[in-house]
Design a protein around this ligand. Structure first.
Ligand code: NAG
Ligand code: NAG
Length: 523
């Protein structure tokens, strides 16, 4: 009897938990983006779904429900990684702020991943079927093409705080009077010049999007044309397809960014890449951190910048500054270093979350990538930011404004300024208090971000693309939003009234004149 109840119960349970087939397209070869991609993979596998993951950095934990389409070879041709040279940055030889350049390079990189033989072979197989695609937005819209090929809904994944360009895809760009561009290090309320500047940024962005549109359409056809033809599908315009997503899941949260007015189908899941259970530190690091009674300063410039491109004099001066401190320094550095002081511990690879989670972690010196700033708020560690490229300037400015960070710009005097900043953070408790306060706001949610992610993925599949979430703003042209048609109508009306009045006036005065003339004649 008991056995039967158990079987019925488990059958009921199984029918509730449907395993869906989900394609996670995170093909950008940057390491931090694959950490975000792995976040989706991990949570969806844990929820019992079947995941296919397109990536350049393989997910290390094998799972029976996981299949990977590897495009590792694109890393060799990854221009961006080669340009991340600290010496060149110091000489201001590299400019990462040129939007035309960024959009073009991103289309090229995505096209290279999509035309990779493994991806092509995968798409050509008529047996491949999916219930949903998770497509990363990263200055291009190409991954949306999988939704056309597999005839299923798709979700945009955005790696940044909400900003006009991504919101345009599901709602509208937002008002530049209080909604800054993702590269603007300002937050509302804006001054007059800032407000005008943001309007200009928006116009400029539209120019950029217009400029790359043809290249992107071409790359779309180059990438998906063959698979579409094989399946007998006519490819839509990418321009139409990119507005056809079900929703956007984003690596954002109001404890990390600024509060914004957002559409229903935008859901922030900031921090979903961080595991609930902190992996234990390796034995040597655990011992080092436990015994650091004056605390630990963790120094890492992220996974993209190669430490060996830091000029020798800068390295020497940094070590000199560190040698004067009582604290233990853990420096993530992938090159060779000479004359390393006793209190400095060099590691080629660092388990960053586990280090930040240790109670002795006092300061994190970081380049300010969004994953790093998210982790500092997650674990509540104040930071010193040395921003190097793209959104890092904005992330650090924001952290400074929120009161848990100091900024030290990259220059030849960085070590001296870093020393001042370290002393300030160690001696003034306000930075730590502030980051703990934000950490509370960050953790104080109805559900953990990973659960939210799974919920919305399943919601979109179960409601066949969640059309009920779609913003009506998506289908209202700009002239209607600005009521330009009404303005035109009013102007036209006024012109007609003026004409009529003029005509009436003229005829009256003429009549009057005629009458007077007649009178004159009679007399
Ligand atoms: C995309 O990649 C293919 C194959 O590598 C290449 O032939 C094509 O010119 C590329 N398209 C664009 C728009 O860059
Ligand atoms: C948009 O999505 C709907 C529903 O999934 C689909 O029927 C339609 O063909 C899609 N349009 C484009 C342009 O992809």
């Amino acid at each position: 009897m008991n056995k039967w109840i158990l079987i019925i119960l488990s059958l009921a349970f199984l029918s509730n938990v449907c395993a869906y087939k989900i394609l996670v397209a995170f093909a950008y070869p940057g390491k931090s983006h694959s950490i975000l991609g792995e976040g989706y993979v991990r949570h969806l596998l844990e929820a019992g779904h079947e995941v296919t993951y397109i990536t350049a950095h393989p997910y290390k934990k094998p799972h029976p429900n996981l299949r990977q389409i590897l495009i590792t070879s694109v890393i060799d041709k990854f221009e961006f990684a080669q340009s991340l040279d600290v010496t060149k940055m110091l000489a201001k030889e590299v400019d990462f702020k040129d939007m035309f350049g960024i959009y073009e390079v991103m289309v090229t990189i995505a096209n290279r991943s999509l035309t990779h033989e493994n991806v092509q072979k995968f798409m050509m197989d008529p047996n491949e079927k999916f219930d949903l695609v998770v497509a990363e937005w990263l200055y291009h819209h190409l991954y949306a093409g999988f939704a056309t090929i597999f005839n299923c809904p798709y979700i945009w994944s955005s790696s940044l705080e909400p900003h006009p360009v991504v919101l345009d895809l599901i709602d509208e760009v937002g008002n530049p009077a209080y909604f800054p561009d993702h590269m603007s290090p300002i937050s509302p309320p804006f001054s007059f010049t800032e407000r005008v500047g943001e309007l200009w940024n928006l116009i400029y962005l539209y120019r950029v999007l217009w400029f790359v549109r043809d290249t992107e359409e071409q790359a779309f056809r180059d990438s998906f044309g063959a698979a579409a033809a094989k399946r007998g599908i006519t490819l839509p315009n990418l321009y139409d397809l990119k507005y056809n997503s079900s929703m956007m899941l984003a690596n954002s949260h109001y404890s990390l960014g600024d509060p914004q007015r957002l559409p229903t189908n935008y859901v922030g899941i900031g921090g979903y890449h961080i595991q609930d259970e902190i992996p234990p530190l390796p034995k040597d690091l655990q011992k080092l951190m436990d015994s650091a009674t004056d605390g630990v300063i963790y120094f890492s410039l992220g996974s993209m910048v190669r430490s060996e491109t830091i000029p020798v004099e800068l390295k020497t001066q940094l070590l000199n500054v560190f040698s004067k401190l009582k604290q233990t320094i853990i420096w993530k550095f992938d090159g060779e270093l000479e004359n390393v002081p006793k209190n400095v511990h060099i590691v080629k690879w660092a388990p960053q979350p586990s280090i930040l989670a240790h109670p002795n972690a006092k300061i994190f010196i970081t380049h300010g990538g969004l994953l790093s700033t998210t982790e500092t708020i997650h674990y509540g560690v104040p930071i010193i930011g040395i921003p190097l490229f793209s959104d890092q300037f904005l992330n650090i400015k924001r952290a400074v404004r929120k009161g848990f960070a100091l900024e030290v710009p990259l220059a030849y005097d960085t070590p001296a300024k870093l020393e001042v900043a370290i002393k300030e953070i160690l001696s003034n408790p306000k930075y730590r208090e502030k980051v703990k306060e934000l950490s509370f706001i960050y953790h104080h949610r109805e559900t953990k971000p990973g659960k939210t992610l799974v919920h919305w993925v399943e919601h979109v599949i179960q409601t066949k693309g969640a059309p009920h979430l779609q913003s009506p703003a998506l289908h209202v042209p700009l002239y209607q939003k600005l009521y330009l048609d009404l303005v035109a109508l009013i102007i036209l009306g006024l012109m007609i009234v003026k004409r009529v009045l003029k005509a009436l006036c003229c005829s009256k005065t003429q009549n009057k004149k005629k009458g007077e003339d007649k009178k004159k004649k009679r007399s």
